[in-house]
Unconditional design. Structure first.
Length: 226
């Protein structure tokens, strides 16, 4: 009988899990990110409007397309005021990614935020139209340095591989513990973990030889079989 290949988070019998030094783990990922100087789709800015637009776009397509479309959008709607004052038809015209309801929610949200400003907490951000947990957490940590983990498929994959964990609550706890190591850079840590998943710790064709945490990762015991 052909042996079933394990998924990326299934431990193999006879192999003990490594003890993780969370401070070293976090430091290695952050140092890698600092050295790589990866530019996010929104560029070198902490402007919540520009970051928010990129995050919404990123829910629909890959990072290269987001960079291209984000640039076009910001050229047409450079700030929250121009977005809020635009007509529905104009918003839909310049939203090239489909799912027009997302674009209309951007406009609806802009009309609220232009009067109140972007709230800083995850709870308040989630109350805005079209903003879910992922977007709220990313905005809160990156723009306002709120100590909250950002959980996407990349972060989930890395936490499962490194720690050999299964439960989504455990994934969130591990990610939270990592950003608590250096709370002054919680936004950077969140971005670094996500980028590690995008460029190195991919679902397939992982680049373990280039990974800054390969020696600590429990997934390295069997990742070649994934």
């Amino acid at each position: 009988m052909k042996r079933k290949r394990p998924t990326f988070f299934e431990p193999q019998s006879g192999k003990r899990s490594k003890t993780i030094d969370i401070e070293k783990l976090t430091s290695n990922i952050l140092s890698w990110w600092d050295n790589e100087k990866i530019t996010p789709p929104w560029g070198d800015t902490k402007d919540p409007y520009k970051i928010w637009i990129a995050l919404i776009m990123g829910q629909q397509t890959n990072i290269n397309i987001v960079k291209k479309e984000h640039k076009k959008w910001i050229e047409k709607f450079p700030d929250i005021k121009s977005c809020a004052s635009a007509s529905k038809s104009k918003i839909k015209k310049y939203w090239k990614l489909g799912y027009n309801n997302r674009a209309l929610n951007i406009r609806k949200c802009a009309k609220i935020v232009i009067n109140t400003g972007f709230p800083k907490s995850v709870k308040e951000l989630k109350n805005l139209p079209g903003i879910g947990m992922y977007t709220a957490s990313a905005l809160a940590s990156i723009c306002f340095n709120q100590v909250t983990p950002v959980i996407d498929v990349n972060v989930t994959r890395i936490m499962k591989r490194v720690y050999m964990i299964y439960d989504k609550d455990d994934v969130k706890k591990k990610a939270l513990n990592m950003i608590k190591v250096n709370p002054k850079r919680c936004g950077d840590i969140n971005q670094a973990i996500m980028d590690l998943g995008v460029y190195i710790c991919k679902p397939k064709k992982q680049k373990c030889e280039k990974c800054p945490i390969s020696k600590m990762c429990n997934g390295g015991n069997f990742i070649s079989e994934c």
